[in-house]
Design a protein around this ligand. Structure first.
Ligand SMILES: [Fe+2]
Ligand SMILES: [Fe+2]
Length: 273
């Protein structure tokens, strides 16, 4: 699986920021909250893979790494625009992003490079399983404003396309033994706590600014959306735990059938268009 860098532009309609998903403002802002993490997160992924670039001997993996970096850079660029629109709509996404950047910079300072790569593959697992449910369950974006839906779908498709790249780098340079196994599992366990420990308060603060903090119907809509029907978060739980198996590899879950959509999407949203 060789990923391809695609230069697409989505030009999101900023005035739809709070209601682009028909399931309501709580759901729209849940996705918007996730967007806050991407630009700095993806920069961290790029750097942690780059740290080991010279040590990769397999020419195919070398090519995949170049494409991985290109894809994450494009995602970062589009999510910066997304987040700018979120700030323009009155949400403190910039302050929240600064906090994420501070955390990631600290991680870069105190963690050995091997752990930084372990953090990357753990978060890539997270994005891969979120991407998979987004692709498998059309109801998650059904009826959404088309440009927002296309951006999320594009990101999900490319996360799928490159889901094993950082993992393969990890196996090539850190290995497949017990130490490498424990390192990547500890990273995912810790990041699960840290990630939701940031997403939940960020989302709450955005909903407070939105005036929806005590809108219990809205919260119920979100809980239903996440855990009951379509229940995206509930349905990723088994895939989440697969990572803790010693012989895990991202392509054991083969969902490449979705990737056929990429060409049509790329034609519609090509940057020059
Ligand atoms: Fe990405
Ligand atoms: Fe990624």
């Amino acid at each position: 699986m060789l990923p391809i860098r695609r230069d697409l532009k989505f030009k999101l309609p900023a005035d739809k920021m709070r209601c682009w998903n028909p399931r309501g403002v709580h759901v729209s802002h849940f996705f918007n909250t996730l967007s806050i993490f991407f630009p700095s997160g993806e920069r961290f992924f790029i750097d942690s893979v780059r740290n080991y670039r010279e040590r990769i001997t397999d020419p195919e993996l070398q090519k995949a790494v170049t494409a991985f970096i290109g894809q994450e850079a494009m995602h970062g660029r589009e999510h910066i625009e997304y987040n700018n629109a979120l700030v323009a709509s009155g949400m403190p996404a910039d302050a929240m992003e600064r906090l994420v950047i501070r955390l990631l910079n600290t991680a870069k300072k105190i963690l050995p490079k091997a752990d930084q790569l372990a953090v990357t593959i753990a978060l890539e697992h997270f994005t891969a399983i979120l991407a998979d449910i987004l692709l498998r369950e059309p109801k998650l974006l059904e009826g959404s404003e088309p440009r927002f839906a296309a951006l999320w779908r594009w990101h999900a498709l490319e996360e799928t396309e490159h889901k094993a790249v950082a993992y393969d780098v990890y196996q090539a340079v850190i290995g497949k033994g017990a130490v490498a196994y424990v390192r990547r599992c500890v990273a995912l366990a810790a990041l699960t706590v840290i990630f939701w420990g940031l997403v939940i308060p960020f989302h709450l603060e955005i909903m407070r600014r939105e005036g929806g903090l005590f809108d219990f119907r809205g919260w119920w809509q979100l809980i239903k959306f996440q855990w009951i029907s379509p229940g995206g978060l509930r349905r990723i739980i088994p895939a989440y735990f697969d990572y803790y198996r010693p012989g895990f590899h991202p392509w054991q879950h083969d969902n490449r059938r979705f990737l056929v959509e990429l060409d049509a999407l790329a034609q519609t949203y090509r940057a020059a268009a």
